[in-house]
Unconditional design. Structure first.
Length: 222
């Protein structure tokens, strides 16, 4: 089971992104997904917050969310327990911000929509926010399925520190990371690629849909 904990308030469009992201994670990791009731932002104390010193926007400390909010609430049957928030994140002293942060061994992680664009600005903006969010969410969740950062290819498991870098990397996994994911989740490559293509088609992510369908053809599937 995958558990998602919405943290703080969301606009209606952001809530749609959360729901579609939950669907995408269930398909990617071949697990049922449960979205829990929202956790209020008041659950994060002042010691785990700051205002970004340059951008002046509120931020939450990822270490607190992981270790003090999620770990004590970790369900016994959770393959992964993830918080999703619209507030920006930072992992501690010496860091500027992060899109997401996960523990490889503790099965907990958090990611943010804050830097993914405003999904209320129209269909294209919604698709961009969704794509960025599912990239980050699946990347962080894959860490909890034992995948580490990819250093051989430009794939969704490659590490990134800027939005330009994150946008350049594809939603798809490279052949090596896909093999690891299929081993960890008990799925077959054709199954995974088909589910990804169908999700992207329903979501209007045409470039990614075309890639997954081309990948299916390349292995003799449709």
């Amino acid at each position: 089971m995958l558990y998602i904990y919405p943290l703080g308030a969301f606009t209606p469009e952001q809530r749609r992104v959360v729901d579609r992201t939950a669907e995408f994670l269930g398909l990617t990791f071949h697990r049922p997904v449960r979205v829990l009731p929202d956790l209020p932002l008041s659950a994060v104390p002042a010691r785990a917050r700051r205002v970004h010193p340059v951008e002046r926007q509120p931020q939450l400390l990822t270490r607190f969310v992981r270790d003090e909010l999620l770990k004590p609430r970790l369900p016994e049957d959770a393959a992964a327990f993830l918080a999703l928030t619209a507030v920006d994140l930072w992992p501690g002293e010496g860091w500027n911000f992060v899109y997401g942060d996960a523990s490889l061994h503790e099965r907990v992680g958090v990611w943010s929509l804050a830097r993914n664009g405003d999904p209320s600005k129209g269909p294209e903006a919604f698709r961009l926010c969704l794509l960025r969010t599912i990239k980050t969410a699946s990347h962080e969740t894959a860490h909890m399925f034992s995948l580490e950062h990819c250093i051989r290819y430009e794939c969704n498991m490659a590490g990134s520190e800027t939005m330009e870098e994150a946008d350049r990397y594809p939603l798809a996994l490279c052949p090596e990371c896909l093999a690891k994911l299929c081993w960890a989740t008990g799925t077959q490559p054709a199954e995974h690629l088909r589910w990804m293509a169908e999700f992207c088609g329903r979501s209007g992510l045409r470039t990614d849909e075309a890639f997954f369908r081309a990948s299916l053809r390349a292995i003799g599937e449709r």
